[in-house]
Design a protein around this ligand. Sequence first.
Ligand SMILES: Cc1cc2nc3c(=O)[nH]c(=O)nc-3n(C[C@H](O)[C@H](O)[C@H](O)COP(=O)(O)OP(=O)(O)OC[C@H]3O[C@@H](n4cnc5c(N)ncnc54)[C@H](O)[C@@H]3O)c2cc1C
Length: 402
Amino acid sequence: MIQKPVLIVGGGIGGLTLSLCLSKEGIASRVFERRGNFAETGAGIQLSPNCMRVYDYLGIVDLIRSFAYEPDCVQFLDGKQNRILAEIQLGASLAEDYGFPYYNVNRAQLVELLARLASEDDLIQLYPGCEVTAFGSVGSDVKIEVDGNDFDGSLLVGADGINSTVRSQIFGSDEAVFTGHVAWRAQVPIESISSTFHNKVSRVWWGRRKHLVAYPVQNGRLLNCVAVVENKSWASDSWHQPGDPRELTEEFADWAPEVQEIIKSIPSSDLFKWGLFHRSDLKTWREGLFVLLGDACHAPLPFMAQGAAMAIEDAACLALCLSRSDSVKSGFEAYEEFRKSRTQKVKSMSARNGRIFHLSGVAAFLRNNFLKVFDLKVDRFLYSYNVFDINERLSNKGSTLL
Ligand SMILES: Cc1cc2nc3c(=O)[nH]c(=O)nc-3n(C[C@H](O)[C@H](O)[C@H](O)COP(=O)(O)OP(=O)(O)OC[C@H]3O[C@@H](n4cnc5c(N)ncnc54)[C@H](O)[C@@H]3O)c2cc1C
């Protein structure tokens, strides 16, 4: 059904995973990435069992394990007292329950691996350093023009992130709205911090209108830190804008010594600050031969660590829908039908998490007491999701799809 390659705009986690999933289904693709050499930023990312299932299908779990860190648990703590409010077991018990591990990785290493595998794959062509600004459809094909060269394809996927060019050109530009959250990120070398943090524990400190997350990556050599503070003033959405260590220190000045120790250990050249933005939901993710994937159509706030996981699930789903459908249109329809409600639910769960993390006063007291009585558990809805169930659902749909 798909005669020409699939054109993928954006070679981030979603776009590269899509190219590998399409190849697994025998479909060729071309990936256009504006950054040179697919060089991602050195931030951490948590990969939960629901997306590791996709990497298992691609046969690359062992390769990811070689640079991953598998935390034993995640602790939620009171930011001022460093008191543990709740703990969720991860590690071997989670892997056993869900069939796949929970890994902390450095996103630069993950993207490097995906790009290397794609570059070695005969069905995939990579175009680093190519920013796509001009594209359209010609008859039953799509076309991208970069630096005076034309590339034809059967369909085009916008996997170009929250500020997607494909989204704004195909679906109209909507204003990204500042959520009132400012975030800082940094990575602390583990040897520059006390032994309290030399273990397989991910931590999230909660407090009034702010929280801080710290978890080990790179085989435990670095502590990846993200702090989020509610702040009315606008901050750029660029991941690469330097942050001021004094400002971060002031924000957390009355928090527990353990939190302050982390902040003091951040190398000032490795602190970045940016604003978190929200985009409204689109009525549809597809138009003719164009479709969106990942943050381009459903970027969540990062309070559940599921944005990349959703892009990875999308990638497997879209590849399967395209390979099992008799037209691009029916493949797109099936993909959107299977993915929309889950990704919308994850978006609203992530926003709700932010509100829970930042409670204060009586509401925080009630939350903390609730946690004394009820064990916090991982959400089965999230981790047990099997994107490959669509195979059965596609075959049940009968003749329109097969
Ligand atoms: C602080 C923070 C922590 C997070 N932690 C987690 C986590 O632990 N787990 C998790 O699952 N998710 C996490 N996320 C979310 C996750 O980072 C995103 O959801 C994920 O990166 C989305 O992947 P994507 O491929 O859709 O988009 P992106 O990663 O944004 O990739 C888009 C790519 O497209 C390229 N591009 C853009 N425009 C063009 C163009 N015109 N032409 C060519 N190329 C273009 C970009 O350079 C980029 O490489 C976190 C997010 C934040 C902000």
